[in-house]
Design a protein around this ligand. Structure first.
Ligand SMILES: C[S@@+](CC[C@H](N)C(=O)[O-])C[C@H]1O[C@@H](n2cnc3c(N)ncnc32)[C@H](O)[C@@H]1O
Length: 204
């Protein structure tokens, strides 16, 4: 799908990707597109933080062949679900609580597979190589640091990581601090840029 077609499809879904285009700057959709569109169709995306599957759907529109493993602790991540932003039942649709939280119309496209659980637990038994790792789970310092430490080693040489919640006072700079500290200790990974609340990183 072309970028404008992906944008059009994403307008239709309930959960949209943040970041309107700023004049002269890429928005989030185009940043993802430049990476995901060019991934090996036999490759693997791992996403931490499914929510309703908006970004997973977007990746599958950009590259329908690539496998997408998306992880979410769903409402077990109780300290994430701030009751003001996400009132109880925010995952209820048509009168029923979806066991995964993901909306069926998002899950049924492409090659999306959802795993329910805490990212740090799933990393312990994981052993595949990742082409693109999207870390969009918790924005607090500790879980962000744990996600980078436990998941980045699975990224292939030449593979990508995007860490969300980077910069921005809304996140109290917690994810930023964790990511800055993590990358300062890495020789295998290099910094590509800070774009639209996201840290873009690549493996050598
Ligand atoms: C920002 S939302 C993800 C949004 C989604 N990527 C999108 O763009 O459509 C963050 C999600 O991460 C989940 N989460 C938070 N901490 C987690 C953890 N430690 N392990 C797994 N999921 C977690 C929450 O339940 C929430 O659904």
């Amino acid at each position: 799908m072309r970028l404008d077609e992906v944008r059009r499809e994403m307008q239709k879904v309930e959960v949209q990707i943040q970041g309107g285009p700023k004049p002269g700057a890429p928005d989030q959709i185009s940043i993802f597109y430049d990476i995901v569109k060019h991934l090996d169709p036999n490759g693997l995306i791992v996403e931490i933080g499914t929510y309703k599957g908006g970004s997973a759907l977007m990746f599958s529109l950009m590259n329908p062949q690539v496998r997408i493993l998306t992880i979410d602790a769903v409402e077990e991540a109780t300290d994430y679900w701030d009751p003001l932003t996400y009132p109880p039942g925010h995952n209820i649709r048509e009168g029923r609580l979806l066991p995964s939280g993901i909306l069926p119309e998002n899950l049924c496209r492409g090659k999306i597979f959802q795993v329910i659980g805490f990212s740090k637990d799933i990393a312990q038994t994981f052993n595949w190589r990742i082409d693109f790792l999207f870390i969009d789970g918790h924005w607090k310092y500790e879980p962000t640091k744990i996600d980078f430490e436990s998941w980045a080693p699975f990224v292939k040489p030449g593979g990508w990581i995007i860490g969300h919640h980077y910069c921005g006072e809304a996140y109290e700079h917690e994810a930023k601090r964790a990511i800055d500290e993590w990358i300062a200790e890495q020789s295998e990974f290099y910094w590509v840029g800070e774009m639209e609340l996201m840290a873009v990183i690549r493996r050598r």
